[in-house]
Every structure is written in structure tokens, then in C-alpha cells.
Ligand binder design. Sequence first.
Ligand code: 5GP
Ligand code: MN
Length: 317
Amino acid sequence: MNEHGSINEVLHSIRSHERILVTSHLRPDGDAVGSMLALGFLLRAMGKSPQLVLADPVPVLYRTLPGANTIRGCADLDPHFDTAIVLECDSVERTGISALASYPIINIDHHASAKLFGAVNWIDPSASAVAEMVYHLAIAAGVDVTPDMATCLYTAVLTDTGSFSYEAVSARTFQLAGELVSKGASPGRIAERIYFSNPESKIRLLGSALATLKIDNGIATLFVTKDDMHSAQATDADCEGVVNYAIGIKDVRVAFFLREIDGGLYRISMRSKGGLNVAAVAENFGGGGHRNARGCTVAGPLHEAVSTLVHKVRPLL
Ligand code: 5GP
Ligand code: MN
């Protein structure tokens, strides 16, 4: 998906609605949560009354972000709203909130796999995080970026760029980070919260995943079963970032992390480096993502899921 739609269409649509729901994807990450919260502050500054809803819980790491306690679950969703702003999703299904299907949707996304499923669609794959788009929306709306908004947006950019390390990072990203810091985001305090406050369960789960690591001709695989999750008392959110340890190994060009979920299925996190486009490689697996990071769900058993994935990428290495 190339760039599509504009900030002005989004602003126009926001201005013509009062009650606005804001949401993002299942298993929300830092960009989903941080961008939703910042957008919530922005909409309130525009005189709107937004409700922030996520189908899955806010991961522990992001619960101390300003306003995080205003995000509700589906059970508390108030059906009296006029439009829904959906961040970072390629469909209503990806939000996990089926009730949205009958409302006009403002779709804001920066994924290569973005789709035009909204009534208004603003897509910018050159944005390092959807937070970058929310920041520009605030500027275009003439809303002051407060320290709380800056904190949420900086957290989103930091986590969605792998701490400013992915290829999508440009001078623009650092310029944005600089502006957010000058508006009150504290890099030290945010890093403390994101990188030095892990729940013990996350590190125990990482240990069991690393014990399964296999490397074969540039392809790394590692996995956790439901039993491993249980033993580590881990949550879904504890799996975020495990795959990065595998792609971080010298000469590994593709990494797959598999996590057993219900129904004999496995959630896959894929990462690539060295110019290999994992989004294109894995198009027929469903899911979505970026050039170097993609996620999807495949059927088990485990060894078959692994061999399907490996067979698909091997010819490309
Ligand atoms: P992760 O491996 O961290 O779960 O996801 C990597 C990237 O792929 C993220 O940008 C994430 O939003 C996207 N992604 C992961 N799973 C899915 C999925 O099931 N559907 C879509 N559309 N995108 C996904
Ligand atoms: Mn993102």
C-alpha cells in the first residue's frame, strides 16, 4: 500500500463527529497504546468526548502511561458513538471489536499491509510509527502537544522502531523524537519504564524460548508451548520481543518465533534483516506487518508449522 488519503480528510471527519471511539489491534503494542492515548488527549483538546477501547488488556509495561487507566475493555464499550478511529489495523476483525462493523470508520495506519477498509483512510507507510501520524494530526489541528501526549507518542515511536534501530528510521524520526523531548517526554524515564521494568515472567519465558533455539543456514526458529507459558506464569504480552533475540544473531537472516495458542494454532512472529522482505515472503500466510516484521497465525502441529515456514523462505536466502 502506497501513501493514501490525507490529514485534512481525517480532521474534517473528526470535526463533523462528536462521540468518537478510538481503538487499535488485538495484542496491543507500544504504538497501539501510546498512539491511542495521545489521540485521546488530542480529541479532548478539540472538544470531543472520545472513548478509548481495546479488546485485549493493556500490557503491564504500558499501564503507567498517562491516561492508560481510561482505556476500557469491550464489556464497557458504550455503543452511543458516531464514528470510530482505528489505528494500525488492516480490518475491523483486527480490532477484535465486531460491533464496529456498522459504524463509519476513520482508518489511520502505517503498515505496508494496510487496507482501505474505512470510510476515511489515511495511510502513510513512510511513517516510523502511527504515533508519528498522530503527532502531525495534533499539529494540523492546532492542538498543543502536552508533556502527557509527548510521553505517550515518544513511547510509541521508541518501541515501534526497535529503539530507533529499524530501516524505517530516518532523520525525520529523530526530528520527531527531538520535538517530543522538547515538549516534555523524558527519554530516561521512558526507557526505565520500557526496558528496565520487565515482569519476572517475561524473562523466565525468554529463558524457555531460548532453550529451543535452532539455527539452520541463516534461519532461526524458537518457540514456547502453552505449558511453557503456564510454567513461567507468562501473559501474551510477555512474548513481545522474544523473536528479536533470534534475529539479533550474526548471520541469521530470518527468525521465526512460534507461540502455541488455543485450537492447535500457533502465533508467528517473523523478523528479517539484510534486505529480505518478510512481508512479501509470507503474504499467503495471512496476517500483516512490515518489510522486516510480520505476524500471523498458522495451524499446528509445531513441527509442521516450522517446516512450512522454513520451506517458504529457504529458496529466497
Ligand atoms: P509481532 O510479530 O510483533 O506480533 O508483529 C509484527 C508486525 O506484524 C507488527 O507490525 C504487527 O502489527 C503486525 N502483525 C502481527 N500479527 C498480525 C496479524 O495477525 N494481522 C495483521 N494485519 N498484522 C499483524
Ligand atoms: Mn506501529
